[in-house]
Unconditional design. Structure first.
Length: 380
């Protein structure tokens, strides 16, 4: 009767988990009682630094990797005055050809290991025409702004360093009046000083970095705030599974329940890993002298680490990395020796089902017993 009840329970859970499964189940945060999904990610779409230059003009500097001597990675641009002067010179040569008030102009300047390349383009404005009136004077507003992009690259000595300045302007003719090398240098120095050693010394994917700055009208100084947020979002989750495997020529069902601290990496939305602690009772069945089936429960306590990647196609086998080490904390019968350990590494996953190799051993790898476990789980 106990065997039939256990098998029915296994079947019911298998059907239920299959019906509601995603490729990897979303984990419920036990602390905040929220389902972990990408919708909770409020990180910026682009990393970098915005500078409001006033009157609708702005500068954006995309985030780049740090390197020795520059925590922000932007010192390669300094001093910026030669770059600003180069834009002035390029525009002076071509401004007579760029007189169309409603055309959209783009200037692109690249300094690559000292070699200079400049590209200037102009195209008719698209979209509706907008009229703007101020103090009785009417002006036409372009539907698209002009842009100036300045890039500097250094790949000498086997090191690749690059940084970019992207200006969005009402007109490229305003560039000379609102942009100076000292202003941009002040912004870079502010970003450099605000970047912590902790953030700079870690791989760029571990932190989000973004900042918003503005120019003071009176002092022409830069003010603002740099934000650095940890890429991983941590949740405490509960995991359940039902399992079956062959141990010493006996098919042994088991169940598992425990807690995991999961890390979700927002820059790699399909990646996650976590550490957990699980209690797993194994059920052995054996007939006694009277022919009655007796149940023998043996309990393992296991520490686990899991690294996995969500796939868009759930109807596909996929390798993933679970690692667990368990210890026999409750022993009944002679199915396991005293001081028995269980160990698992690697596995194959399909939906909620996993297939994992196990080995059982005692007293420093004596009496090694291999096994293959089929598991159906939720939240693990």
């Amino acid at each position: 009767m106990k065997i039939k009840l256990l098998l029915c329970t296994l079947l019911f859970i298998s059907v239920a988990t299959g019906a509601f499964a995603q490729y990897f189940d979303p984990h419920t945060d036990l602390i905040n009682s929220k389902l972990q999904t990408s919708k909770t990610d409020h990180s910026p779409k682009e990393e970098g630094y915005h500078l409001d230059l006033g009157k609708g003009n702005s500068l954006f500097i995309p985030r780049v990797a740090s390197y020795p001597g520059s925590k922000s990675g932007l010192k390669i641009l300094q001093p910026t005055q030669p770059l600003i002067d180069a834009i002035h010179q390029a525009y002076e040569h071509l401004k007579d050809s760029l007189k169309g008030p409603l055309t959209v102009k783009k200037l692109q300047y690249l300094c690559y290991n000292g070699a200079i390349k400049t590209l200037v383009s102009e195209k008719p404005a698209t979209g509706a025409i907008t009229f703007y009136t101020d103090n009785g004077q009417t002006s036409i507003v372009k539907p698209e702004k002009d842009s100036i992009t300045i890039a500097k690259v250094d790949s000498t000595n086997g090191n690749y360093r690059a940084a970019v300045l992207v200006f969005s302007l009402n007109s490229v003719s305003d560039f000379e009046q609102i942009v100076t090398g000292q202003l941009i240098d002040n912004l870079i120095d502010s970003i450099e000083s605000a970047t912590s050693d902790k953030v700079a010394n870690h791989p760029s994917w571990k932190y989000y970095i973004y900042g918003n700055y503005a120019v003071s009208d009176r002092t022409n100084q830069v003010s603002g705030k740099l934000n650095a947020t940890f890429n991983a979002q941590q949740t405490l989750t509960i995991g359940l599974s039902v399992d079956i495997q062959n141990i010493k020529n006996s098919f042994v069902p088991s169940a598992s329940i425990g807690l995991s601290m999961m890390n979700y990496y927002k820059k790699q939305p399909n990646g996650q890993n976590g550490f957990g602690l699980y209690w797993t009772p194994y059920f052995f069945f054996e007939k006694d002298q009277n022919g009655k089936t007796q149940t023998y429960r043996n309990d393992f306590l296991s520490a686990t680490y899991t690294a996995l990647t969500n796939k868009t196609d759930r109807n596909k086998f996929d390798l993933y990395l679970p690692v667990s080490l368990g210890y026999l904390i409750h022993r009944k019968g002679n199915f396991f020796e005293k001081n028995t350990f269980s160990f698992n590494a690697f596995g194959v996953k399909y939906g909620n089902a996993t297939l994992k190799p196990y080995v059982y051993f005692h007293n420093f790898l004596r009496g090694v017993t291999p096994s293959i476990q089929l598991s159906i789980g939720i939240g693990k």
